[in-house]
Ligand binder design. Structure first.
Ligand SMILES: [Zn+2]
Length: 239
């Protein structure tokens, strides 16, 4: 059980993850596993030192991506990628084009030359980032339809930011019937992670105190909110 204390009351944030067995057409989405969020010292939002949750996410994502690729199952990547004149308030500059922070981590580099769909995005919500500003087409929706994906497995960083925003939007898109035949979103908890930012980091980056961010707490809050909106939280994926 995962309890948080709020004004003297214990609140249970456990999600009791399930072991999920794939039994219909399934796609894998990997969100923002780029240097700027995953590699020690790679930028303002990168870990300051080796981080177990992030390392575990990388290992689990790489294993799952390999299985999907071996079985010729579809894979899509969101890659955070910003122009240097367009920062993303309230976050410090990160994943600016040309800095190397925007590059996919070495463990997943092989996917760049694969058939995987690669979507560069300049905003938190990859569902929005998939919309072509010229013709309003959503390349992510097109990918779901092209491969007739009914179950989507989601991995990546951050559990409570980019993963959360995407999954919540995707649940609405399913209800609104604009992303058929998708009907199930599975968040693979072992292949998700978020960042840790304490009082020292806030000072160093000159950020507001409200940006203090305890990794384990916010990871669990992210999972809990996605579960409350109808996503399946799984700690094992079976084929
Ligand atoms: Zn960003």
């Amino acid at each position: 059980m995962i309890y948080f204390n709020y004004m003297g009351n214990a609140i249970d944030f456990s999600t009791n993850p399930v072991s999920f067995e794939i039994n219909e057409r399934c796609g894998l989405l990997i969100i923002d596993e780029v240097n700027g969020f995953c590699k020690v010292g790679a930028g303002n939002l990168a870990p300051l030192k080796a981080n177990l949750q992030v390392e575990n996410m990388i290992k689990e994502t790489a294993n799952l991506a390999k299985l999907f690729n071996d079985k010729s199952m579809p894979i899509a990547l969101f890659l955070d990628n910003h122009e240097d004149d367009r920062p993303e308030h309230p976050f410090p500059p990160h994943c600016i084009k040309g800095t190397g922070e925007e590059k996919i981590i070495t463990e997943l580099e092989w996917l760049i030359d694969s058939d995987a769909l690669k979507i560069k995005k300049d905003c938190i919500n990859g569902f929005i980032g998939s919309i072509d500003p010229i013709n309003n087409e959503n390349v992510f929706i097109n990918w779901i339809k092209k491969y007739q994906i009914r179950t989507l497995i989601v991995t990546g960083i951050c559990t409570d930011i980019c993963v959360l925003d995407f999954v919540l939007t995707c649940m609405s898109a399913i209800n609104h019937q604009i992303i058929n035949p998708l009907n199930k979103v599975v968040v693979y908890s072992e292949a998700c992670s978020t960042y840790h930012m304490d009082a020292n980091d806030i000072q160093r980056l000159k950020l507001d105190e409200s940006m203090i961010h305890d990794q384990e707490t916010y990871h669990n809050i992210g999972l809990k909110i996605m579960q409350m909106r109808g996503a399946i939280i799984a700690n094992k994926i079976k084929f």
